[in-house]
Structure formats: structure tokens, C-alpha cells
Design a protein around this ligand. Sequence first.
Ligand SMILES: *Cc1c(COP(=O)(O)O)cnc(C)c1O
Length: 808
Amino acid sequence: MFKDKEKFKERFTERFVSMHGKAITEATENDIYQTLAYLVRETVTTDWLRTKETYIHKKSKQVYYFSLEFLLGRFLHNNLLSLDVLKDVERGLDELGYQLSDLTEEEPEPGLGNGGLGRLAACFLDSLAALGLPGHGNGIRYQYGLFKQKIIDGYQVELPDNWLKNGNMWEIRRSDKAVDVPFGGHVWLEEVGDGGYRVHHEPAEIVRAVPYDMPIVGYQNKVVNNLRLWSAESPLDDDELLSQYRGNYKDLLAHKQSIQTISEFLYPDDTTYEGKELRLKQQYFFVSAGLRSILTSFKKRNHSLKQLGNHIAIHINDTHPVVAIPELMRILIDEEGFGWEEAWRITKSVMSFTNHTLLSEALERWPIDLFRRLLPRIYLIIEEINRRFCKDVLANYPHMEAHMRDIAIIADDRINMANLAVVGTHSTNGVAQIHTEILKQREMRLFYEMFPLRFNNKTNGITHRRWFLSSNPALANRVTEAIGDSWIQHPSDLQKLTKWAEDSALQKDIAEIKLQRKEELALLIEKETGIVVDPTSIFDVQVKRLHAYKRQLLNALHIHSLYYRLKEDRSFTMTPRTFIFGAKAAPGYHYAKEVIRYINALARLINQDPDVSPYLKVVFLENYRVSLAEKIFPASDVSEQISTASYEASGTGNMKFMMNGALTIGTLDGANIEIRDEVGDANIFIFGLTPQEVMNYKQYGGYSAYDQYSAQPELRRIIDSLVDGTLFAPGEFQAIYDSLLTYNDEYLILKDFMSYQQAQERIDRMYQQPEEWYKRVILNIARSGVFSSDRTIKEYANAIWNIKPIQL
Ligand SMILES: *Cc1c(COP(=O)(O)O)cnc(C)c1O
């Protein structure tokens, strides 16, 4: 990109003047950011074109990751690292009087996802490019990303995230590649002679999908893949609009507005099913546009569609893009003239599916009448898929007759998208070993019986480039000093650290680096909340979406218990601890918002109180997002992964903490189990019910929250104080109180409380022995390599997609 620092300064200054038409002495930080991003983009664009040409030239099979969410985070810093110019740019800017870390804050953050699922998609894109694999993203360019969260008087308040208002340096609009997507209207079949028929669809509405491409830059390998995000626009140009609306400006605007709504905002809830027509429209919109653009470029290269599965793989991220299956059938049959059997064979060979959750409320089941009205032709195809599938099952597995309602794609006037996903793909995977096992034994048992080979596990991962190399450079450098830098290309080489675990020089250095990160986070906390925290206290962190099953409430109740002990038991001592939370609640999720309010009420109670605040601080950082996460993980000592066992499919936050040297307190859930298997029981704090014990309670009953409440006086007092007026206003936290007692504590918080408290006491004692603590810190970093998404992506590439890396 630049030969050296001097060349960089030269080009930078030149570019600045031509971009902004003023002297660099007049620059704002944003001007400087824009200029720098522009220079990076220039370099990237050349590699981007060359990568595309190479894929075509080598006839590489390509995978497209279809996802309604990509939680990308900022690009500038990562792109500089990938282009291997970070050092020169940092020094050059410094000489010009700018700090790179300030400039990166100027970049608007694409928060086009809710949490783990969207962040996984972003990590996968990063790994695909870094590994030189032909893999691209397909999604929606939401005009508003996930809402911005403010905390006002303890309440969550949501603000729109207008991330595009100052433009986006990382996208290129491709009007020439726009695609029209039809909705509604009616469908009829025309007989054409020999028993065949032709399908006609007269849509009620046509929406123009305009693609914006974003470069995904591989790590120091010249590979640049593509993320294509679609924006919804009116298909009519100004003249057509004029003649259609004849000066009725209000109707004209309403027409434009109703179309643009499709890509206007991200649904701020990834766990509960949203029965909104708009949501289904979003799904078909980006799936149909994506498929059409893939097939158009495929056909340009004169391949036969019969071989589509040898050239193209499409991955369906959760059930949101499942409509890709009938849409590809439609294209092959209605537009390309294939017969059903052949089209079905091709479709299954192209498509694969990942299930992300066992929560039944998250399973998408569309009401037939809504679906048929919006997508009449797609509905007919799903009906036919269902008819043939049911017929096959009855012919080949007659004992399934009693279970048809569970496995049919259409039942009880609803379309079951998860069932369609399993039936219409060649691969279904879960995202951690335990999750895949539960899928096979419970949710999808009947499908697993019929198609055992279709099911497989791909344990999630995180990109160690963003979540370690880029966000924690001091620690990454110190690791490299000890074991060399091979771990950057081969993250499993981090295990070379194992033999350094007891090295006191390394332990001391890592402790020092951790303290520096904690000091920085302490400054941020003070700036954002006014709370002063002690960087030498244990930083105990729970950051993730707020959801009942993730049990932020268990953490809060434990803090509440520490408050009482410090306040009332003169003999009680503890290692000073700072409890840090970050979490957005879905705007309509009342219970989750009450938990946020409770945490903030505890913070107010505790942080002011001179009896307890020397030992205990509680901080709720607002607006948890990727850029904040990048500052939090390096500064964490304790990673809270305390979901009710069997409910968290995998978790990926757990992996980011581990890699940054935080020790996990966690249940045997999701990937925590695999983390435990890697580090061993001595190096993680496991507590609580096992997944089997939880599933037994759920299946056979027998849990009484009231018994737990009665048998644990300390806990009883805490729960009573939620409503009795002793600490808060009378009835203040009635909803939480009711969730525990009136509704029998669905997530078994009271059952796990004591075991959690004991695990916290083990942490407290161990932190007093720095050698013991930092030995475990080093072992955790050493064993974190398998949780790089590079490992995950290699498994997908080999076992599901059958794609191969290229060399540039
Ligand atoms: C990693 C990440 C998540 C997922 O966290 P979990 O603890 O696995 O639920 C959510 N949001 C952001 C911003 C993340 O970086």
C-alpha cells in the first residue's frame, strides 16, 4: 500500500487536499478518518478485482453465506492490520499530529445484527478471506442498525442507529446489478401441450433490490471477498413515478416509503418469533435478490445448471433464509425449465443449514394465509415439497405415520421453516457438541432417525485477528515474544504457551498488561458513568444480550447477597470486585428491561455506600456493541457464562474472554463444555445443574422454586427485599419476584444459586494467589486456539461446502 511511513505521509497529504479542498491544517478528525479510509479502499479495490478474476479463472467453487444479520463492527483498524501497514500508518499519523485510536472512533459502526448469530456471520467472513477461501456474504443493508441503548434513571431507552448518515466508506453501490423482487398478486398455470404447464405470476408489488458491496479483506494474503447487502428501492424512475401518481405527491412519497421500509431496520430480537409480514418480506427480499445475482453470474460463465452443486454452495444461517430452498426450486422449474426431481436434486446439493437455538419460541412457523398472500408461487412450491416429502416418509418409514404433524413442513395451518430446512438441504449442523446432541435426541429426533448422515456438529469460533491480535496488541506481542508468531497463521500453536504457564516472568508481564487494560477500561467507565472503580479489583464481566435464560438475574442476586454480607457481617471479607454488565434488551421484552433496572438499582445502592463500596462496585455500561466489546474482553478477569444448562446453543463471548486471559465461571452449557474439556476442571469454575438434570426437570417436572426459597434463608431475604420496601420502593421489582416464585423460576436460578455462590468464593480465594491465577490465565490462552473461527470454517469448507483455498 505504501512503501514506508514517509511515502504514506506524502500520499496522505496529497489525497487530503484533493478530497477536502482545504489545507490539512484545517482538518477535523472526521476529515482525516475519511482520507485514511479512502486510501485503504483504493488499495483494497485492486485486490478485490483480482480475487474475483482469480476465482473465475480457476473455476473455484464459491460459497455464499445467507444471513439476515452481520454484526460487523468497524473495519479501519482491521483492514490496516490485514494490509500490513498498521505500524507505518500509526507513526506517520503521529508525525502529522493524529492518533490512530482517535480516528478509528470516527468510523460509524455497522451494527447489522443482534448478538452472537450476527457476530458469528462476521467472524466467518473474516476467516473465509484469511484462509483464501472463496466465500461471500449475502444480507440486507439496513438503514438503521440495532438500536442505540441509553440508560436513563436505570431504564433502558432506545434510540435509532442512523449509521449511514455520514456515508459509509466501505461500500460500493452497484445500481447496474439491481434485481426486481415480486410480492403478492396472483399465480396461474397455463397448459402447454404435452401435459406440461407454464407458470404466470402477476405480482401486486415489485421492489427493486439494489446491491451495495463491501470488501472483506483477508489477513496479509491479498484475498478480498465480497459482502453483498441489498437495499430496497422503488423500481420506478422519476418519469414513471410522475405519470403514475400524476402530481399526487403524498401518494408518491407513501409508495416510496412503503418500499424502503423493507430494508429500513433490523428486527431487534433474535430469540422470539416475530409474526410480522415485514419480516417475511425482508427474508424473501434478500434471498431472492441474492440467488438471482448468483445465478446470473453463474450462467454468464456458461456452466450448466445441472452441475450447480459442483460450483456453488449456499449456506442458510438459522431459519431466516430458508425461503431460499423453494425460491431456487422456482427459478429452476419456472425459469429454467427443469423437472421437479432434477430441480430438487440440484437444490439439495447446493443448500446447507445451521440451527442456532433450541428455544421453541424462536422457531419460525409462518401462518399459511399470510405466506400465501405475500408469496403465492413460493407457497405452491412448498405445498408440493410437503406433499412429496410426506408421501416418501409414509412409503419408506411407515412407523412415522403417528408423527406426521411433527415432521410435516405444513401442519396446523403453519409452515414450519426448520422442517423445510432439514428436508431441503444436504446438511444440518448444530453449533456446539452438546447442542448438536440435543438436536439429534430431542428437537430433530425423528429427522435424525430418517437421515442420520445429514446431521453434524460445527462448534462455533471467533476470529482471533479481531478479538485478540487487533484488540489486545500488547498481550498478542507478549505471547509472540514467548512462542513466536506462528499462532497468527495457526492459532492452535497457542498451545506452545502451555509450558510457560508457570514462568513467573511471563505471569508478571501478563498481569501487568491486564492491569493496563483494566486502567483504560476504568477511565472509560468513569467517563461514561461517573463511577470510579479500582483497577486492582477483580473485573468480573457479564456482557451479552439480556435474556432470561442467560441469567443475568443470577449474577445480580449474588451481588445482592454480597451487599448484605458486607453490610451486616463484620467478620465477612472479600477480594474487592467490580461487577461489569453490558446488555441490550429487546424493546418489547419487559422482563429483560426489569432486570436492567434491577442491576442499576443495585449499582446505585452499592456504589454510594461507604460500608460496601471499597469491596464492591457495580457498573452497567450502556450500548454494548462490537467496538465496546473490543475494549472489555482485554480488561476482564472473570467471564460470566451462567446460562441454564442446555439453553445456550454455543456462546461465542465465552471464547473471546478465554483468549484474552479471563477465567470462566460457567455452567455445563454450549461451548463452555468444550472449553472445560480443553483447559481441564482445575482451570475453570464450573457450577450448577447438568444439562441432563435440567432436561429431566423440564420433561418430568418436580422443581419447586418455593422449596428453594424456603430452604435458603439468605436467598429468601434477598427475594423478599425485591418487593417489601426495605431496600427499594414497595413492589418495585414485583415482575422479577413473580418470575421466581409465582411462575416457579423457569430458568432454575434458585436451584443453582448456592453452587454459584460457592464457585464465586473459589474465585475470590484464587485471585489472592497471583501465581495460581496467572498460571490458569496462561493455560486458558494456550487452549483457546481451537476456538478460532479459522478451525470452524475449515470444518465447514471440508465437510459441508467442499470448497478449496486459492493462492494469490
Ligand atoms: C460475541 C458477541 C455477542 C455474543 O455473546 P454471547 O455471550 O455468546 O451471547 C453478542 N454481542 C456482541 C457485540 C459480541 O461481540
